[in-house]
Write a new protein. Structure first.
Length: 738
């Protein structure tokens, strides 16, 4: 009986695809299928027949995704190749390079599973997409997983079923979403819930079935008055109601910690308008007015993604209103264009807006595939979608199987510094896929890299020519500077120790004089040349002793060093307040202070993003590895660590006499979640002169709200005044600068 069912399915499917096959394809398929069917490996770990599973998967790929000849034939044969029953060369000979390349791509992707335990990571999804070369490989994997999830309901291997369901949830469903296969994505999520949380799935399913007739009747009752009014106004539209998926309902029940009956938005009413681009917003708000006139709205549940669309391009008005029988109903108002973007993601957004990917690469690559699928084009064009379209990033494995993302062209040394600065500084080479290579070796997606280190290794300046990533170059420059500082310190201590052995005091003034006589510009260069062996330390000691003797003789003759000023007793000074100020100013004039004025030219400095200093803050400068200067507040969270580790790179800084610029800062506001609180906050800020609000982001939870305000402001005095006014608003509990 089973054999008869299998033959029926096979015959029916071959009949459906006959039009896309070439001459002799069907004959060759039947021959190779017979070879696979006669092998004892034909039954998989789920107890499913390999041949039957292949034909079921091919049917999904053909009817629900749109794959054509090469993809369909590859699905029917690849399991035979993976099991060692067929040779891929035989497949290539009978069906051509396209089919054989897809089969080889599937085998290549299967090897990734053996390399890493972190299949659930976002990097693994991106690696999979970039590693597959032909996107039909990924589409085939998704179709196969949908088929598997449909067929394993009676499988007794519970461990294998659970693993398959987990992978469907955290790998295949997100991949389907990335590719715009939203229906398959929803099915994968529901079926994974069915196997992973059986009781929850059937509980929700039974509740939905029990309430379906009443729900359909209620939706119709809710829609009719809206539909009548919109028709009277002459608007072009259609209205549809949709029930949430079982998976979505379960996620909401867990998030809100409520029973099925507590999820009041089991369904949503969607009003979709056919509007001209210039009238879209006006028409949407007109519908909003009509709906809220008929049904009482909940102002806390208004979501205006019409005025400010989401970052992914989503535009819509969401309102929740109290419908008949005192039931809350979510109404979504959008246009045909907005609905297309909501249903089909970035591809539709770019089609309307002409937006290009900011970094190129994966999103643009996937969007092109989505567009082809949406247009119903022959998916043989998938041949075009190779990794050459996604060249800016690679994904490589650590020995433990963790995935790391690097820029394309990255070398072994780049990877070493990506892992840790210490690993990079001690890198001598690596093992890539088990083969020993040097640190210059370029890496590719899928490589497994084990860095080889040595405690004797030190960073070298020529390494800057080996690495490709800016991160590695910055770390090498910093390591070189720290190495120089350390070498200078060691050399100085060595000189002091040798002088001490000769019973000679170390005098910085004599060192300065010696450096000048030797024609060296900087003391640091002097110590560096000694450390490198360019200057003989014994010669330095002898010349120092000579200069020290001459200096001592000069002191004995005049009693005062020639370049020293006369010392006066501290008792002769009266330190009045104004005198202290004068002395402080004098000190600042003598020291090298960086004066901050945004109109100033010739000095490469920027304001640090970690603390956002503004005029009036106490500040200091930090010399970066690139040679520029970052200005930090003295109370910056990073200040203690910077001063502790890199004190030699700290520069005194002060603002110019008067603030002339505006600075961007972020304020954190916390308070009671009352109606109108956001309006009150924005009203206070809008009334302030020379203060501009850049953005506001408010979240509410359990009766409290918290949010960030980004504003442009002149100085700390004006900031303190603003904070004081914000704190005076009823309901605001705390205002602090981030």
């Amino acid at each position: 009986m089973t054999q008869h069912i299998e033959n029926t399915i096979i015959e029916e499917f071959l009949g459906k695809i006959r039009d896309i096959l070439q001459e002799n394809d069907e004959k060759n398929i039947r021959e190779l299928i017979d070879v696979i069917n006669n092998d004892e490996k034909c039954i998989d770990i789920f107890g499913l027949n390999t041949i039957l599973r292949s034909f079921q998967t091919a049917q999904i790929a053909f009817e629900e995704i749109g794959l054509k000849r090469e993809g369909i034939i590859a699905i029917l044969l690849y399991r035979g190749v993976l099991l060692g029953i067929l040779e891929n060369d035989s497949v290539r000979e009978k069906f051509g390079n396209g089919v054989a390349d897809i089969v080889g791509g599937i085998a290549k992707v299967q090897s990734l599973y053996e390399k890493t335990p972190t299949i659930s990571s976002e990097n693994f999804k991106n690696l999979l997409l970039s590693f597959a070369e032909d996107m039909r490989v990924i589409l085939i994997m998704i179709a196969d997983r949908v088929n598997l999830m449909r067929e394993i309901k009676d499988c007794e291997n519970t461990v294998a079923v659970q693993k398959a369901a987990e992978e469907a949830s955290y790998l295949y469903a997100p991949l389907a979403h990335k590719l715009g296969l939203y229906q398959l994505k929803s099915e994968l999520e529901d079926l994974s819930l069915k196997y992973l949380e059986h009781d929850a799935y059937y509980h929700i399913k039974e509740k939905l079935n029990a309430t379906k007739a009443a729900r359909d009747k209620y939706i119709e009752q809710f829609i009719i008055p809206i539909q009548t009014k919109l028709e009277q106004l002459g608007l072009k539209f259609h209205i549809k109601g949709r029930t949430k998926s079982i998976h979505s309902i379960w996620q909401k029940m867990k998030k809100q910690k409520c029973p099925f009956e507590g999820v009041y938005d089991l369904f949503a009413i969607r009003v979709i308008l056919d509007s001209a681009p210039e009238k879209e917003k006006m028409d949407c708000w007109q519908v909003y007015s009509i709906v809220t006139d008929m049904y009482q709205p909940n102002p806390k549940r208004l979501r205006d993604w019409l005025s400010v669309p989401k970052s992914n391009g989503y535009e819509s008005l969401h309102i929740t209103v109290l419908g008949p029988e005192k039931k809350w109903v979510e109404v979504q108002i959008r246009t045909e264009r907005m609905d297309d973007i909501a249903e089909h993601g970035l591809a539709a957004h770019w089609r309307y807006k002409g937006v290009k990917a900011t970094e190129g690469g994966l999103d643009e690559w996937l969007a092109a595939i989505r567009s082809a699928m949406e247009a119903g084009d022959d998916l043989e064009i998938m041949d075009q979608f190779r990794t050459t379209m996604y060249e800016k990033e690679i994904y490589v494995f650590t020995p433990k199987g963790d995935i790391q993302k690097l820029s394309a062209g990255a070398t072994v040394l780049d990877f070493a510094f990506h892992i840790h600065s210490k690993v990079g500084c001690q890198c001598t080479g690596a093992k890539v896929n088990g083969k020993v290579v040097n640190m210059r070796q370029e890496l590719h997606s899928g490589d497994q890299v084990q860095i080889v280190t040595s405690a004797q290794q030190k960073p070298k300046r020529e390494w800057l020519q080996i690495v490709r990533t800016s991160r590695a170059k910055a770390k090498i420059r910093l390591a070189l500077k720290e190495t120089i500082v350390k070498e200078i310190s060691i050399t100085k201590e060595m000189i002091e120790r040798r002088l001490k052995n000769r019973k000679i005091d170390f005098d910085e003034a004599v060192i300065q004089q010696l450096v000048k006589k030797m024609g060296i510009k900087e003391v640091s260069d002097f110590y560096k040349q000694i450390a490198d062996g360019d200057i003989d330390i014994q010669e330095v000691i002898d010349r120092y002793q000579e200069l020290k003797t001459l200096r001592t003789q000069a002191l004995n003759t005049s009693g005062i060093p020639q370049q020293e000023a006369e010392h006066r007793s501290a008792a002769e000074y009266i330190l009045r307040d104004d005198m202290r100020v004068s002395q402080n100013n004098a000190k600042k004039e003598k020291s090298d202070i960086l004066v901050i004025d945004q109109r100033q030219k010739g000095i490469d400095y920027t304001l640090a993003n970690c603390c956002h200093p503004i005029y009036g803050d106490e500040i200091f400068g930090f010399v970066t590895v690139s040679g520029g200067i970052k200005i930090h507040r003295c109370d910056c969270p990073n200040a203690p660590e910077l001063k502790k580790r890199f004190g030699y790179r700290i520069v005194e800084a002060a603002w110019s006499g008067k603030g002339q610029s505006q600075y961007s800062i972020t304020l954190r506001v916390v308070g009671n979640d009352d109606i109108g609180i956001v309006s009150n906050i924005t009203s206070v800020i809008s009334k302030e002169e020379r203060i501009m609000m850049r953005s506001i982001n408010i979240d509410s939870h359990d009766g409290l709200f918290s949010g960030n305000l980004v504003i442009d402001i002149d100085d700390t005095n004006r900031l303190q005044q603003l904070i004081k006014k914000l704190k005076s608003i009823k309901g605001v509990k705390q205002v602090s600068r981030i």
